[in-house]
Design a binder for this molecule. Structure first.
Ligand SMILES: [Zn+2]
Length: 388
């Protein structure tokens, strides 16, 4: 019998910590209150103690970039429509979106449930804001955020999937989205999509300043064009004092630069405190270790899961970390830092948002697709495997 959902847990016996130590982890009122050496004999087990039997315990995984409103999960399988440019794909998605017939709340909830079973406790979702859907997607995801508030913490980025300055009325819609509850302002290829880098960045950073919110931009633009936009984002971030609150998602161009171009761009990003999100694509991608050597925070996200852009995906952030580079902190500490999460970790006082996985250590966890044995949010069970 799996542990029933929302059971409060106040003791995790015999956990393996990421540094290899074994410990009993004491929890109270949604926080970690103590880490003690495993007791030689297990204390009496009531309904609120769980013996992990040496399983690896991690802070809940962080999915730093998803699109909950786009997924087809919860609806019948949709054939994938190809498109060779971003504009063609946006148009194909609009067609599918009209035909799908299953409301966003239902599809997004199906994906949120999947993320939880994968051990994800925190996610940042972009939500389309365009002249076609207006704020409908945002209202749906605000409802989903409320529905899942005890199981998954969710940040929402107002994402102009159809462009900013080339899409009529979008700057105003983005402004309304931030007033309605979006947490961050997004953007999309200021040069490649809008053909007006300064124009789009003026709107995006203007809204960030006016509403006091962070920024998370999609940037697929290649080579020197992409790099110039990264440096422009860094300059605007520094000018507005947004250190640590700005992310550029994808930034494929960082994988295409010569040493000089890479060095100056990485230095600008690090100096301004701009983070980079990658999902580990097959093509050019940001070189994670080189960026970190320059002091740039790099973290991970799933991006598209079973939607018009990408028919694959399962929301498994350990698998994602393995794909990108066998580094668990892409989906834990670095991602938590980029999302501004507080009380995140495995120290006394941290939030009891935790995942126990059937692995003996971190390398095995990112390489071996281990079972998620137990997932806690604020100290309560949100997912438990049958074998516990
Ligand atoms: Zn995305």
């Amino acid at each position: 019998m799996p542990l029933p959902r929302s059971t409060p847990v106040d003791l995790l016996l015999d956990a393996t910590l990421p540094d290899g130590r074994r410990a009993d982890v004491h929890l109270r009122q949604g926080r970690i209150t103590a880490l003690t050496a495993p007791a030689p004999t297990a204390p009496p087990v009531g309904g609120r103690a769980v013996d992990l039997g040496g399983a690896l315990l991690l802070p809940a995984l962080v999915d730093g970039h998803v699109h909950l409103d786009k997924t087809f999960l919860g609806a019948p399988w949709q054939p994938h429509l190809p498109g060779s440019t971003i504009r063609e794909r946006v148009a194909a998605e609009r067609r599918l979106r009209r035909e799908i017939g299953v409301p966003v709340v239902e599809r997004a909830s199906a994906l949120a449930e999947l993320l939880i079973t994968q051990g994800t406790g925190h996610a940042r979702s972009h939500v389309d804001i365009d002249p076609d859907v207006g704020l409908d997607g945002l209202h749906a995801l605000l409802e989903v955020r409320e529905r899942f508030r005890d199981r998954l913490s969710l940040q929402l980025v107002a994402f102009p999937q159809g462009g900013v300055v080339t899409a009529p009325g979008v700057p105003d819609l983005l402004d309304q989205a931030l007033r309605a509850g979006a947490d961050l302002i997004g953007g999309l290829d200021p040069e490649g999509f809008d053909g007006d880098p300064d124009g789009q960045l003026d709107v995006v950073f203007g809204l960030a300043e006016r509403h006091g919110v962070g920024v998370d931009l999609h940037l697929h633009d290649p080579g020197e064009s992409g790099a110039a936009q990264l440096r422009a984002v860094a300059a605007r971030t520094a000018a507005l004092g947004l250190d640590g609150r700005v992310t550029v998602s994808h930034a494929y161009c960082l994988g295409e630069l010569d040493d000089h171009g890479f060095g100056s761009t990485a230095q600008a990003l690090a100096g301004a405190g701009v983070s980079i999100m990658t999902n580990g694509p097959a093509g050019p991608m940001p070189p994670v270790l080189r960026l970190r050597e320059h002091g740039v925070r790099v973290f991970a996200g799933s991006d598209n899961i079973r939607d018009a852009w990408w028919p694959y995906g399962n929301g498994d952030m350990l698998e994602r970390a393995g794909t990108i580079g066998l580094r668990d902190d892409l989906a834990t500490g670095a991602a938590a830092g980029a999302l501004g999460l507080t009380g995140y970790g495995l120290s006394v006082g941290d939030r009891a948002d935790l995942v126990a996985v059937a692995a003996a250590g971190v390398p095995e966890a990112v390489a071996a697709h281990p079972t998620r044995l137990l997932v806690l949010h604020a100290g309560r069970v949100v997912h438990a495997a049958d074998q516990l």
